[in-house]
Design a binder for this molecule. Structure first.
Ligand code: ZN
Length: 104
């Protein structure tokens, strides 16, 4: 049985990179958490499949905190983050490890 004959380059596939809105660090898209603005609310898009304007953050507590503290995330998504959404996102950020990887 032959595999699909659609052109698949034998060369290494290009890995799309995105930058974190908090630390500006570039990482492969899959190493970042996507946030998407849909219907006026901001959601964490863990599968990267939601449609809408997206922004990326490192899966690190400090990036979420600094991204949410200022207006960087709002700026990237071009929305006004509601207090409720900000709280939900901060809580998600708290479940993430910090850069040192120690969960105190
Ligand atoms: Zn970051």
């Amino acid at each position: 049985m032959k595999s699909k004959s659609k052109a698949q380059s034998p060369r290494q596939r290009h890995i799309p990179e995105r930058s974190c809105v908090a630390c500006r660090g570039k990482r492969p898209k899959r190493a970042l958490v996507r946030l998407v603005c849909s219907g006026g609310a901001v959601k964490v898009d863990l599968n990267g499949r939601k449609v809408g304007r997206g922004a990326y953050l490192c899966p690190l507590r400090e990036c979420w905190e600094s991204g949410l503290k200022g207006n960087r995330l709002e700026h990237a998504l071009r929305i006004k983050l509601s207090a409720e959404d900000r709280q939900v996102l901060l809580e998600f950020g708290r479940s993430l490890p910090n850069r040192e990887g120690c969960q105190s």
